[in-house]
Design a binder for this molecule. Sequence first.
Ligand code: UDP
Ligand code: MG
Length: 241
Amino acid sequence: MGTVVDAAAKKEANGSLADLNPTVVFVLGGPGSGKGTQCANIVQHFGYTHLSAGDLLRAEIKSGSENGTMISNMIKEGKIVPSEVTIKLLQRAMLEGGNDKFLIDGFPRNEENRAAFEDVTKIEPSFVLFFDCSEEEMERRLLGRNQGREDDNIETIRKRFKVFLESSLPVIEYYNSKGKVRKIDAGRPVEEVYESVKAIFAPKNEKLTKCPFSLSLMLTFSVCRLINCCKCVQDFRSYVY
Ligand code: UDP
Ligand code: MG
C-alpha cells in the first residue's frame, strides 16, 4: 500500500469528504433480507441517498473498468471484493451524490471492509440498520426475484449465506457492542417491515415538542420549510406517510 501518489489521492478525497461530513447509516443483512427494497422507501420519505455497494460494483463491471473481470468473478463466487475497490466507489458516489445523508447498503461486509472504510474516510456510521431474516425466507426471495443476477442461483446463494455468517455477522456484532445496531425483523411482508423502519428514522413526538415552531403541525411545516429545518420537515413527513 501507499505510494506518494496514492497518499495524495487519498488526502484529496478525504479532504472533500471531511468537508461534506456526511451522515451515514449502514444497512446490513443477509442476501435477500430486503435491504434494497426498504432503502427505496427510506429515500422517499427521509431524504437520504441510497448507495448500494453491490450496485456500484455491478455498474463498475458494466463501465468496462480494468477491475471489471476481477469484480465479476468475485461476485459470481459470492466473495468479498477488495476493500480499496469498493471504498473508492463509495467515496466517489458520496462526493457526487449532492447530499450529505447516505444509506450505505450491503457494506461493510467484513471486519477489513469496516476498518478500512473508517480509516480512509474517517466516517463512523450514525447507526446500523440490521435486517434480520431466516435463511429459508431469504432463499425463497432470491430464487423468486429473477432480476437476472448471475449470483441469484442456488450454488452462489449458499456461498453468500456462508460469507454472511462468517464475515458479515461479526461486523454487526462489533457495532452492537457499541450500541449502534437497530435490528428489524425482516421476515415479514414489505409494508410491515417498513413500519418498523419508519419508527427508527422518525422518533416522532420527542423532536416535535422540542421544536420552537411546533404550535401546530401545519405551522411547523410551513415555518420549518421556510428556514429549511430538515428535522422538522422530516418529522412532519413521518406523520403524513
Ligand atoms: N459485494 C462485495 N462488497 C460489497 C458489496 C457487494 O464484494 O461491499 C459483492 C459480493 O460478491 C456480494 C455481491 O457483490 O455477494 C452482491 O452484493 P449485493 O449487496 O448486491 O447483494 P446481496 O448479497 O446483499 O443480496
Ligand atoms: Mg441488494
